[in-house]
Write a protein that binds this ligand. Structure first.
Ligand code: GAR
Length: 189
């Protein structure tokens, strides 16, 4: 059985969608949700599905040997970043080459990099007058949003869009594709 852990910082709607999807797949197991925000809603969602959680501090993340050891002790095969907003430490990206994937709510390489997350991305896309946005699923390396791209899907940006309406359209793409792309990627490993 392949063991997946999810890192998330916020609401966790993608994390919940992934948990639901893989609950129907006996060859995969969502082992744990790692979270850097003690009151993030993703922790409530995890509880609902009886998925264990681990909340860590900035300090623990800056000295990540223990975290890495824990991931390895749990025999983690694959790490999924689902709305996780800190840059992963190099010791973790090095220990899991091509085994960490992230979803980004825009068409990388545009609108990526430090500070480009969640509503900031959608605000920038609308401010630039883009006609199209979308999602990018990519491998994670030691830099923000720059690992090899695995999958992209696009959606229109409408003249009437606000960051919230665009975020909702992008979220629908995330829900439709992210779990399947995780599964297909893991099956190649
Ligand atoms: C998602 O739209 C995801 O693409 C984005 O955060 C949102 C989390 O939503 N990630 C980034 O911006 C990473 N740079 P969720 O907590 O409801 O899954």
């Amino acid at each position: 059985m392949k063991k997946i852990v999810i890192f998330a910082s916020g609401s966790g709607s993608n994390a919940e969608n992934i948990i639901q999807y893989f609950s129907q797949k006996p060859e995969f197991c969502i082992k744990k949700i790692y979270c850097n925000v003690p009151d993030a809603y993703v922790l409530e969602r995890a509880k609902k599905y009886h998925v264990p959680t681990c909340v860590f501090t900035r300090e623990e993340f800056r000295n990540p040997d223990k975290l890495l050891h824990q991931l390895q002790a749990e025999e983690t095969d694959f790490i999924v970043l689902a709305g996780f907003l800190w840059l992963l430490p190099t010791c973790i990206t090095t220990a899991y080459p091509n085994r960490i994937i992230n979803i980004h709510p825009a068409l990388l390489p545009a609108y990526g990099g430090k500070g480009m997350y969640g509503h900031h991305v959608h605000e920038a896309v609308i401010a630039a007058g883009e006609k199209e946005s979308g999602i990018t699923i990519h491998y994670v390396n030691e830099h923000y949003d720059s690992g090899a791209i695995i999958f992209q899907a696009s959606c229109p940006v409408l003249p009437t869009d606000t960051p919230d309406t665009l975020a909702a359209r992008v979220h629908e793409l995330e829900y439709a594709h992210f779990p399947r792309v995780i599964e297909e990627t893991l099956r190649t490993k």
